[in-house]
Design a protein around this ligand. Structure first.
Ligand code: GLV
Length: 323
């Protein structure tokens, strides 16, 4: 039986499949799996089921001489040195597609919640301020406003669809312009133009050397003082200090974030002390159906790789197994 290391348990259906078909060793403690333990477990492992909170680099791979497949339960693979995997001929599985709607729902939900102060309203009721007839700040309309999406992949297109239903105009910026602007109902714009024009800026960029810190003081300075900033991709595409400064000084109006840098963000972090911020704990794909689909695709990727068959969803296709 192939030996598989799992850096955390998968949802039961997928976990059962892997436990039945592999000799799987699961890190089931609450703390993140320590790197030295992972290296030790990988010494004789054929497969690795990874999660975005674990760094996988060339040094770790060098301690895993038998490794023939990695399957990560996420679409973002910035925690994995994919080039190092490719050099060693290790295909990396991931979970695109299945999480598009759930992540778009959460992204648009954050935007709507911030614009209409839904979370503030709940606090207001719970703290007895309603009875005390204390005022609550006003939100803003969505209809007629411009949404600027930075990073227009499948999730961005799904957010654009939701925005259209709310009567918003959508513009987007991508490294490469999409051929189907008409179909996604969004107009291409240079990033500076997008930042100047948008009432809501939504960031859905993958994290890479090129996008790390892409939203900093310079970008916030271009935005409207009434603008809302939503990030549902990776915290490190934003300069957190610059964002906190922009929010504190009224350079922009509000931020709604599903991802932060660092992550998890400490409860006493200065960003969380601001009144005009809403933060959720990286729950973009966190629905029962979507997380189950992600776990099943992870198991499919792992079993295919162990059998030397093509992974159904592979980041580095050049080293994917051939059919
Ligand atoms: C979640 O952040 C993912 O990349 O799937």
């Amino acid at each position: 039986m192939y030996k598989v290391v799992m850096t955390r348990a998968l949802l039961p259906e997928a976990q059962r499949i892997l436990l039945e078909r592999c000799d799987a060793r699961v890190w089931d403690k609450e703390e993140v799996m320590p790197r030295d333990v992972l290296a030790e477990w990988l010494a004789d492992a054929d497969g690795l089921v990874a999660a975005p909170n674990i760094q996988i680099d060339g040094e770790l791979l060098a301690q895993a001489p038998k490794l023939r497949v990695i399957a990560q339960t996420a679409v973002g693979c910035n925690n994995i040195d994919v080039a190092a995997c490719t050099r060693r001929g290790i295909p990396v599985g991931y979970t695109p597609g299945v999480l598009v709607d759930a992540t778009a729902d959460l992204t648009f939900g954050l935007l709507l919640c911030a614009a209409r102060r839904i979370h503030e309203g709940w606090d207001y009721v719970r703290q007895g301020k309603w009875r005390a007839n204390k005022g609550m700040g006003l939100g803003v309309d969505l209809a007629g406003k411009t949404l600027g999406i930075a990073g227009m992949g499948r999730i961005g297109a799904a957010v654009a669809k939701r925005a259209a239903a709310f009567g918003m105009r959508v513009i987007y910026h991508n490294r490469t312009r999409r051929a189907d602007d008409g179909d996604v109902g969004a107009r291409y714009a240079a990033l500076d133009e997008l930042l100047r024009a948008a009432d809501f800026v939504v960031v859905l960029l993958p994290l890479s050397a090129a996008t790390r810190g892409a939203f900093g003081a310079e970008q916030f300075a271009l935005m409207k003082p009434t603008a809302y900033f939503v990030n549902a991709s990776r915290g490190a595409v934003v300069d957190t200090e610059a964002l906190a400064e922009a929010l504190a000084t009224g350079r922009i109006a509000y931020a709604a974030l599903d991802v932060t840098d660092p992550e998890p963000i400490p409860a006493d972090h200065p960003l969380l002390m601001l009144p005009n911020v809403l933060v959720t704990p990286h729950i973009g794909s966190a629905t029962a159906e979507t997380r189950t689909a992600m776990a099943m695709l992870t198991a499919d990727n792992m079993l295919a790789g162990l059998a030397g068959k093509p992974l159904p969803a592979c980041v580095n296709e050049s080293v994917n197994y051939k059919g």
